[in-house]
Design a binder for this molecule. Structure first.
Ligand code: SF4
Length: 605
């Protein structure tokens, strides 16, 4: 036994209704840490190139991390690794809560689900006992209903499940946990739905301990003390706190990527959420921050809105009514839809309506309440909703409006306009899962004008200089964070409190393995290179590392960054610099890079 790990993977085949326990070589943990790193390696090794993401061959890989199971703030997340049905490339999604902890306590570092059941099924995993259960009575239920029913049958267990959107293979369906936590992006809910797998119920009795509990306790006390000072905004407002910075800098995407701020910010901003909607806070396993805010509006009761949801169902759609955002949030969570992609799909429709390209829909900037109906139509693939259920890229092809569509590699972007934040422009373009904020959190150094790991160095958000190095270091840092699977709100650029040194100390304390910062940096780099190889294997080309044309051609219309575009020449220079720092040639890892990172066995991949 290596401290921090179970050395075991549960491999489940839904087609044959069989399962087995697989041992993990210690070298795998040395090289890939666990969590994301372990998941990427399994995805690469277990699949043939070019499989359909909704086929039985696509594994849904649920990962826990080496710290999980120990009461440590931030160590409470679960990840899903899979091929994305939305992008056709690498897909991953994470959520906080309690599920990852329970997987670990049940004795597994990962659960790999392959195959497809003929009938709806759910899985129960109680330590070594794995059972396939009939889920016909759960099929069709919302995520809230499903979780409530299973919770009453399996008291004390933890549950992940899908809603109708996942059952109906909406390409951006999510997996839900703890009535409000979402493994949100890239369509993992559709992968689960394609397997006819409604839910996984887990309970474990294993005790998880750290190799050096005294060291871990010291780090724990330090990071709790620090974050009590630096994370006041998050504790009070939850994630919408960041909207104050994005609206002020003109980087808050509004009116489907036309404006960078809204005039009516005071009508829907964090103070309104706090005074009018929030009624309680909750937290994930062992976390003192309790950033999870719960809202009520007109009889709807939901955890959120998170900042990303607030923007996508709010400013992006021109919504001036905070209650409407809360209601739309509730529907997306109940039906199991990723709010970022859903909000983008709704706003895209409103934008096309404004341009006269789409006519046969009721929703518009003047009539945003209709979004509630359209959300249901998407989840059940009814009428116009069936087109939007395919995601913005495919919908834009159906409408003959590819130029208007905003996505990278098929993934709709989160809440940071890259015209106002040049590191984000690069980070969206090269990110492994498409337009993504969480692989790098590059918006923060741009918004705070501060280098993520060196506060002495100033960062100019509108300059193209120096951003490539920042993006690369952030990507490697967060590859390690996602492999230990820690909550990123405890590891924010600039303020941490977990930065490289703390990360190294935590890993040492839990696993007992003496590691240095450079060891961790290299592990992050290795994981990112393996993901890159997977994407290249699945057809990624240099053209895919780019941005929607509108960001190059259409200046921001409103806000402090008014007039800004992404200069194409500067962008290409920035991307070349990034490739060069990474040791990539035209976006492909060089043979020397792969050898240096101990990835030689993948050279032909
Ligand atoms: S900061 Fe928020 S999301 Fe992260 S672990 Fe704590 S409560 Fe959960």
């Amino acid at each position: 036994m290596v401290w921090g790990y179970t050395n075991s993977i549960l491999h489940v085949d839904l087609s044959s209704r069989s399962f087995k326990r697989i041992s993990v070589e210690p070298d795998t943990y040395k090289l890939f840490i666990g969590g994301k790193g372990l998941g990427v390696k399994l995805l690469m090794d277990l699949t043939d190139p070019g499989i359909d993401a909704l086929s039985p061959q696509n594994p849904l890989i649920i990962v826990s991390g080496p710290i999980e199971g120990i009461a440590f703030p931030a160590a409470n997340r679960v990840g899903a690794i899979f091929k994305s049905p939305l992008t056709g490339f690498y897909g991953e999604a994470y959520a906080g809560g309690f599920f990852g902890v329970e997987v670990k306590k049940a004795g597994y570092d990962a659960i790999v689900v392959v195959g497809r059941s003929d009938n709806p099924v759910y899985l129960t995993v109680f330590d070594d006992v794995v059972e396939f259960k009939n889920a016909s009575h759960l099929w069709g239920k919302t995520t809230f209903e499903c979780e409530d029913m299973l919770k009453s049958d399996y008291k004390g267990s933890q549950i992940i499940c899908i809603g109708p959107a996942g059952e109906n293979l909406v390409r951006y369906a999510c997996i839900s946990h703890d009535s409000g936590r979402q493994l949100g992006r890239c369509g993992c809910g559709a992968v689960m739905g394609s397997k006819k797998l409604k839910a996984i119920v887990v309970s474990g009795s294993r005790r998880v301990e750290a190799a050096n509990p005294n060291l871990l306790d010291r780090v724990k006390v330090e990071i709790i003390e620090k974050s009590r000072k630096t994370h006041q905004g998050l504790m009070k407002y939850g994630t919408p706190a960041i909207s104050i910075l994005t609206n002020t800098t003109g980087s808050l995407p509004s009116m489907y990527w036309v404006d960078g701020a809204v005039e009516w910010f005071e009508d829907i901003g964090p103070d309104v959420l706090l005074k009018k909607h929030y009624y309680k806070s909750s937290t994930c396993y062992a976390c003192h921050i309790a950033c999870r805010k719960h809202s009520k509006a007109d009889g709807f009761d939901v955890e959120g809105p998170e900042y990303e949801t607030w923007f996508s169902l709010g400013t992006l759609c021109g919504v001036r009514d905070s209650s409407l955002i809360v209601k739309a949030n509730y529907l997306c969570d109940a039906l199991g839809l990723d709010t970022i992609s859903t909000g983008n799909a709704l706003a895209f429709t409103m934008h096309l309506r404004e341009k006269g390209i789409v006519k046969d829909v009721d929703v518009s900037y003047r009539n945003p309440e209709e979004m509630l109906k359209l959300i249901e139509m998407i989840a059940y693939r009814r009428g116009f909703g069936d087109i939007l259920a395919e995601g913005v890229r495919r919908a834009s092809e159906a409408f003959g409006a590819a130029y208007e569509a905003i996505h990278v590699k098929g993934l709709e972007p989160p809440a940071y306009d890259p015209r106002a934040l040049k590191a984000v422009a690069l980070a969206y373009a090269v990110s492994c899962r498409g337009a993504c904020h969480l692989r790098h959190i590059a918006h923060r150094p741009n918004l705070t004008s501060q280098h993520p790991f060196n506060p002495e160095v100033k960062v100019d958000r509108l300059s193209y200089t120096g951003q490539a190095g920042i993006v690369r270091e952030l990507e490697d840092f967060y590859a390690v964070i996602d492999s230990m699977i820690l909550c990123k709100f405890h590891a924010l650029p600039g303020i941490g409190p977990i930065l490289w040194n703390e990360l190294t100390e935590i890993y040492k304390a839990v696993t007992g393995v003496e590691v240095s910062k450079s060891y961790m940096v290299e592990a992050g780099e290795r994981i990112n290179n393996l993901v890159r190889l997977y994407n290249i294997r699945e057809g990624l080309r240099i053209e895919d590392d780019s941005l929607p044309e509108r960001f190059f051609k259409e200046p921001l219309r409103y806000g402090a960054s008014r007039g800004e575009v992404v200069d194409k020449g500067e962008f290409i220079k920035m991307r070349s610099e990034y490739y060069s720092i990474r040791g990539w040639i035209d976006g492909k890892p060089s043979i020397d890079t792969l050898k240096r990172l101990n990835l030689s066995s993948y050279i032909k991949a």
